[in-house]
Design a protein around this ligand. Sequence first.
Ligand code: SF4
Length: 204
Amino acid sequence: MKTGYRVVEIFRTVQGEGSLVGVPMIFVRLAGCNLACAWCDTDHDNGLGPMPIDQIVDEVRALAEGTTIKHLCITGGEPTLYALESMVQQFKGQGWFVAIETNGTREFRPDEWPDLLTVSPKWPPGIDGLRQRTCDEIKIPITEGTPSDEQITELVAVCTADHWFLQPVDGVRLKENANRCLTLASKRQGFRISGQMHKRLGLL
Ligand code: SF4
């Protein structure tokens, strides 16, 4: 596991997805992932480069200066490639609400737990590769045929979460993916569709 942080970008915007949609937030996007989704839009090879934790804290603080923002989202890439304990504890200790989004392929230790843990499983590897099966919210990216209806049912059987979201993958097939989300969500109690509000508003 990496102990230094390779940072793609640190930026201020609104949370456009999931249960905190609409909340102004600072995002720290870390580079690198153990999966290779066809639609991945993270530029892992460019960005801010390696940063010590103190520099990350300073950058986040500078972006929040003059605002009331106290929500931080650590995303990627795949954050669990890094030792998250110090980052989570530093920000929590300074009164930040810390959210993390992971693909769920590595289990979180108690000292790494954020205030909001979002698992966004991917196929592949699907359920066989899913180690983190308890979280606050599950956000499933939906494309034309993946995951299948049955794979979602299997996921529900093995995971525990307060909130379940289906999110259409962006791109030329957004409308088809959104329609598929509607079909899949309509069959399941408690499922909601998550868009990417920040993109629609141009708040990137
Ligand atoms: S899990 Fe996320 S960061 Fe990793 S390849 Fe897939 S979309 Fe990209």
